[in-house]
Design a protein around this ligand. Structure first.
Ligand code: UDP
Length: 482
């Protein structure tokens, strides 16, 4: 019987947080464990389960368990069960509050049917207590790069919360920051990370070569904690259909999107998307539309759906799109605007896409890296400013748009607008085919190759998951002997 045989299979529970940037990668990682014939159950709420049923391959190794979402308790309409459904900061706070109320039903289920190990998002820190009570190992996940965690810890150690520009001390590279991390956000992340460090290990949706051995060593030495690079998670999706069904239901059909991209030259299209939680104000969108048009670049631009507004009048549109933009660009087939959820991994994987303007959410970043697409970086909140520096200063696979305002969240008014000139300049830098652009593109392609190798048999992530499964089996068997 080999180590991954049925008799030895582990019973694993995955508890993803209710936001696409957390849910999508952790469920792909759960699928990865199930593909190694472990018995995996994902615990989530009804409307998230509905999305998952259409986007992951459920079978005897991969099951879903639902717990009720406390909509009424917090005053939310039925079906609003993810941070990406929030339409305002108030709404966002209610969804966050609701997730804190999930503890009793999840705990009840886990205690009644204890697994061999729990893999939970760090936004459920109470899982630590539950795992200790059941005397089972717990693995943490937060969807960050290890580089970002090293940066957060270093900023904490040196209390660097008051400077608008500073160099992060003590890291393997000299990293220059051009924005101030909000103190409240940093303190929240630091507290959550303290619980991560108490777990049996951190699962990272990346591959060792992207964070780099130097950061893995730095992390292990400074925190005394073990990180497991098991990604890129998106590479588990092999067919065009699997890629297009990842996450929420797309507002464009796979065929429509594909035939548009198929009509374009290799590397000619700029893909613009700021993840699932960033909402720019109209005046910022307007600057983007002017910059894209001025650059002359063909594009796919994902703009979050305006909730509650079914049909946008011409007047409404002119608040965020330059006058005549649609006639000049969309009708002439120069660009595609996707208003709502886009099949991002499918788009990024298409050879026509030559650059990605991104908010540097870690999933978006690692998805672009996996397919060798260089980035135009525009961080907004969370740990995105650190990811930007990994992309531009450390790995040389992108250029910065020059965002300097570190927001508390994706919503709300911003003091600074990134000008159309800065945006156009960054687009041209990466798309003009000059020496710098070619060098960046070459590096991006190299990392794309490394990503694909990492998940193949013999690759770093492939080996890591084998070792991790063996380690968890060893822990379980040792407990059985006690
Ligand atoms: N995503 C997508 N279509 C969209 C918006 C987002 O498929 O229209 C996916 C994207 O591929 C990624 C996730 O949603 O997997 C967003 O995660 P990320 O960490 O990039 O950013 P966040 O949304 O957490 O800020």
């Amino acid at each position: 019987m080999n180590m991954e045989g049925e008799e030895k299979a582990l019973k694993l529970y995955f508890i993803p947080y209710l936001a696409p940037g957390h849910m999508i990668p952790l469920c792909d990682i759960a699928t990865l464990f199930a593909s190694r014939r472990q018995h995996v159950t994902i615990i989530t709420t009804p409307s998230n389960a509905q999305i998952l049923r259409k986007s992951i391959p459920l079978n005897q190794h991969l099951l879903l368990q639902t717990v009720p979402f406390p909509s009424r308790e917090v005053g939310l309409p039925d079906g609003v069960e993810s941070l990406s459904s929030a339409t305002s900061p108030d709404n966002l706070a209610k969804i966050y509050q609701a997730t804190t109320l999930l503890r009793p039903p999840i705990q009840h289920f886990v205690e009644k049917h204890p697994p061999d190990c729990i893999v939970a998002d760090f936004l459920f820190p109470w899982v630590d207590e539950l795992a200790n009570k059941l005397r089972i190992p717990r693995l943490a996940f937060n969807g960050f790069s290890l580089f970002a965690i090293c940066a957060i810890e270093s900023v904490k150690a040196h209390s660097l919360y008051e400077y608008s520009s500073f160099v992060i001390p003590g890291l393997p590279h000299s990293i220059s920051m051009n924005a101030t991390p909000p103190k409240i956000m940093s303190e929240l992340l630091e507290a959550l990370l303290e619980t991560v460090f108490k777990s049996n290990g951190l699962i990272v949706n990346s591959f060792a070569e992207l964070d780099g051995e130097e950061y893995i060593k730095h992390y292990e030495e400074t925190t005394g904690h073990k990180a497991w690079h098991l990604g890129p998670a998106s590479l588990i999706r092999r067919t065009v259909q699997e890629k297009s069904e990842r996450g929420e239901r797309s507002v464009v059909s796979m065929h429509e999107c594909l035939s548009w991209l198929d009509s374009k030259r290799v590397n000619s299209v700029l893909y613009i998307c700021f993840g699932s939680l960033c909402h720019f104000e109209d005046k910022q969108l307007y600057e983007i539309s002017c910059a894209v048009e001025a650059s002359g670049q063909e594009f796919v631009w994902v703009v979050p759906e305006k909730k509650g507004k079914e049909d946008e009048s011409g007047e409404e549109k002119e608040k965020w799109l330059a006058k005549g933009f649609e006639e000049r660009n969309i009708e002439k087939n120069k660009g595609l605007i996707i208003r709502g959820w886009a099949p991002q991994v499918m788009i990024l994987s298409h050879p026509a896409v030559g650059a990605f303007m991104t908010h540097c959410g870690w999933n978006s970043t690692v998805e672009a890296v996996s397919v060798g697409v260089p980035m135009i970086t525009w961080p907004v909140h969370g740990e995105q400013f650190y990811n930007e520096k990994l992309i531009t200063q450390v790995r040389g696979i992108g250029v910065e748009v020059g965002a300097g305002e570190w927001s508390m969240m994706g919503f709300g008014e911003r003091e600074k607008i990134v000008s159309r000139e800065s945006i156009e300049k960054a687009v041209r830098r990466l798309m003009d085919g000059g020496d710098e652009a070619q060098k960046i593109r070459r590096s991006a392609l190299e990392f794309g190759d490394k990503a694909k190798l990492a998940v193949q048999e013999g690759g770093s992530s492939h080996k890591n998951i084998t070792v991790l499964i063996d380690e968890l089996i060893r822990l379980r068997d040792r407990k059985l002997l006690e």
